[in-house]
Design a protein around this ligand. Structure first.
Ligand SMILES: C[C@@H](O)CC(=O)SCCNC(=O)CCNC(=O)[C@H](O)C(C)(C)COP(=O)(O)OP(=O)(O)OC[C@H]1O[C@@H](n2cnc3c(N)ncnc32)[C@H](O)[C@@H]1OP(=O)(O)O
Length: 705
């Protein structure tokens, strides 16, 4: 049973009561903490020797907000939900004038992170946040912070007026004590943020700002209601007064707390942090070894992206290429990646120079004796990779981790010419590598636990979300999502419209449908990947001729300005009626006639037909022990393929529909359209027994990791 969170109070000779929130790791405000805070406050208010009160947090963190680990118990009814408004109004406003924002002043360190990130969890700021933040920093900035869950640092908070002073960590509590006494002795103003109005725009202007915010919210997240509710609550306080806003907030929060969106986003929050918990690796008490220098082989799109990610996290990088021309090209790509951040204001020139100073180039292996981690990112050629790994074994120190960014080649093949299988591992980045958040750490049956622990640590340091997966064709993400386009191609042969399928998928929440994605990735990659899957999973590859036929006519996707869409001005994808010629040819080669039933399909049906095969493959990935747990595949689907996070990930979404229904539909389609849809045994077993897809499988216990 976790130790109960609490607050401690110490009253100094200066008459200031310092109440400290103690609830590691982030001093979250659990019910215990809030009740303890109430008790400490009430005690302080009754004590004759207390003139002023300061609230702070233990361990260098103030508070991570309400204890979201208790949300699951609230959802399940295991713990009773306090009555509406009890916390935000009775405790935090009436008594305490709320923690932090509703205090009469706030003192911060310059680098502290301040924000109201509740919308990332499908809820809205409670405890009066929707009312106080606009009154402290103004409506526009508060909307940005809340709607984007975007924190700000102490320095900016001070400029905005969210905090009254910024001081060093060592001076924080003493400054707060003096400030509290100054307020008490009328040397500083006694301000209740709830009733401040100087930062609020006049009503007419405020309404325009809110109207624009609504339009933006609808555009950026058409399927989400909580951003719009947040705006409504803020508006209530502006139009009808802050107390009316408090009550609207309390009621709205209550409803959203039990929404599917909140349950899904909470699942994502904790699942993302759980990916670094890997049985047989992180549970052995191993400490990650220090990686002081990294070498990247290959300065192409992926290699330069990986090098960029590394130097952005202050790793010295040695970039090796085969000749001067390619090396310069690789360095120029890295410069361009960094310059793009400078142009967007995400990086200062000074930081750019510092990052570039970490980069050095090489044409040979002489400097490889200094490196601790090598990531190979050359072309997908088995023989070339085998030779490279044999060279690396010769030139690198014996502790050096030998990683490959391959997305299609068996790691055991790559390491075949070495005796270093224990330190060979996959570090599969997603393009662009310095932007996409997911990192697949691919472990063979020989890769040591230490190497996995080391790479998990590097992944975290370069701000990636790492998932540890087993060695198979496509690993987890590409393997799960291979059926995404396969299924869509099959249904086009049977008469469905390419653009209707794409629209249904984007309406579902995908960044793009399977055909727009194929254009983006390029038909060459699609064909090469298809060959890999045909070789390894022949019974469940749909051999559509559509893409090869289009390639014969130099249609190869976005890069060739024509694919499933045409690209006349830059990246704007426009449906292209010309593709009908190719579709008709593909249908005749497939020997299939359009199925009239398919024409009547709703968007929901289309989404099921495209995603149920993905879920089916995800079940196989779990059953084979390639993935450690279902929640890892949820994170993989969201961070690797853009699956909508507010649906919780592909497996949680599958469980919301039910294994039985999914199994039944796949069986029906298998009868009509072939073995591609045949449900796997893992899915069949869960459908028959009525157990969730995410329940651990026997094989997961002895995962092939
Ligand atoms: C009425 C409403 O206003 C009530 C609310 O306040 S709702 C909650 C609002 N707060 C949040 O959404 C904050 C969520 N947390 C974060 O954004 C980050 O954790 C952080 C910025 C607070 C700290 O980030 P970082 O230092 O990177 O640490 P981690 O994210 O890795 O978290 C460390 C462990 O703490 C757990 N945790 C984080 N926040 C909370 C929380 N609010 N309640 C309970 N537990 C929390 C997190 O799961 C990590 O746990 P682990 O076991 O170590 O993985």
């Amino acid at each position: 049973m976790a130790a109960k969170g609490r607050t401690e109070m110490e009253v100094g000779g200066d008459g200031v009561a310092v109440i400290t929130i103690c609830n590691p790791p982030v001093n979250s405000l659990s019910i215990d903490v809030l009740l303890s805070l109430k008790e400490s406050y009430e005690e302080a208010l009754q004590r004759k020797d207390v003139k002023a009160i300061v609230v702070t947090g233990k361990g260098g963190k103030f508070s991570g907000g309400f204890d979201i680990s208790s949300f699951g118990d609230l959802h399940s009814g295991k713990i009773e939900q306090p009555k509406v408004g009890y916390i935000s109004i009775d405790i935090l406003t009436e008594l305490l004038e709320e923690v932090s924002m509703a205090c009469h002043a706030r003192i911060s360190t310059p680098t502290a992170q301040l924000g109201l990130p509740e919308l990332q969890l499908g809820i809205i700021p409670g405890f009066g946040g929707t009312q106080r933040l606009p009154r402290l920093v103004g409506l526009t900035k508060s909307l940005e912070m809340m709607l984007l869950s975007k924190p700000i640092k102490g320095e900016e908070a001070h400029q905005l007026g969210l905090v009254d002073s910024v001081v060093s960590p060592n001076d924080l509590v003493n400054t707060a004590r003096r400030w509290a006494l100054d307020i008490c002795e009328l040397r500083k103003p006694w301000i209740k943020s709830l009733y401040k109005t100087d930062k609020l725009e006049p009503l007419g202007e405020a309404r325009e700002i809110l109207k624009f915010a609504r339009a933006q919210a609808r555009k950026q997240a058409a399927n989400l209601e909580h951003p719009l509710i947040c705006i409504d609550v803020i508006e209530e306080g502006i139009v009808s007064g802050p107390r009316a806003g408090l009550w609207k907030e309390a009621n709205a929060f209550q409803g959203l707390l039990f929404s599917d969106t909140c349950k899904s986003l909470l699942h994502v929050f904790f699942s993302q942090r759980a990916t670094s918990k890997v049985p047989g690796a992180t549970d052995l008490g191993l400490m990650p070894r220090k990686i002081t220098k990294v070498a990247i082989l290959g300065g192409g799109l992926m290699g330069s992206g990986i090098a960029t990610a590394m130097i952005l996290s202050n790793y010295p990088v040695l970039l090796k290429e085969v000749n001067e021309k390619f090396l310069i090209a690789g360095i120029d790509r890295i410069k361009a990646n960094l310059q793009s951040r400078v142009i967007k204001g995400k990086m200062t020139e000074e930081r750019y120079e510092k990052a570039m100073s970490l980069l050095s180039g090489a044409l040979g292996y002489e400097k490889f004796k200094e490196v601790d981690l090598v990531i190979e990112a050359v072309i997908e050629n088995v023989k070339l990779k085998q030779q490279i790994f044999a060279d690396l074994e010769k030139y690198c120190p014996s502790h050096c981790i030998l990683a490959t960014n391959t997305s299609t080649i068996d790691l055991n093949l790559i390491g075949e010419k070495t005796k270093s299988q224990d330190r060979i591992v996959g570090a599969h980045f997603f393009s662009p590598a310095h932007v996409m958040p997911l990192l697949e750490i691919v472990r063979t049956q020989h890769t040591s636990a230490q190497v996995v622990v080391d790479l998990l640590d590097v992944g975290k340091r370069i701000k990636k979300t790492p998932i540890v997966v087993g060695n198979c064709t496509g690993f987890a993400v590409n393997r799960m999502f291979f059926p995404y386009t396969q299924s869509a191609l099959l249904f086009v042969d049977y008469g469905m419209d390419v653009y209707k399928i794409d629209r249904a998928c984007t309406k579902f929440g995908m960044p793009m449908g399977p055909f727009r994605l194929a254009d983006l990735v390029g038909f060459g990659v699609a064909v090469a990947t298809g060959m890999q899957y045909l070789e390894n999973f022949p019974e469940r590859v749909y051999k559509s001729m559509l893409i090869p036929i289009m390639m014969e006519d130099k249609r190869a996707g976005e890069a060739s300005r024509k694919g499933f869409y045409k690209y006349e001005d830059r990246r704007k994808a426009t449906p292209d009626p010309e593709i009908m010629t190719y579709i008709q040819k593909s249908r005749s080669m497939a020997g299939v006639t359009p199925d009239a039933e398919l024409m009547k399909l709703s968007d929901k049906d289309i989404v099921e037909m495209v995603f149920f095969p993905v879920i089916n493959e995800a079940c196989r990935v779990l059953d084979e022990g390639i993935a450690v747990k279902a929640s890892d595949l949820d994170i993989a689907s969201i961070f690797g393929m853009g699956f909508p996070p507010y649906r919780g990930g592909v497996m949680l979404w599958g469980d919301s529909i039910g294994a039985k229904y999914i199994h039944g539909k796949l069986q029906e389609w298998a009868k009509r359209y072939g073995s591609f849809f045949e449900p796997c045994s893992y899915l069949a077993e869960r459908a028959a027994k009525g157990i969730p897809l995410s329940a651990p499988a026997a094989s997961q216990v002895k995962a092939r990791l």
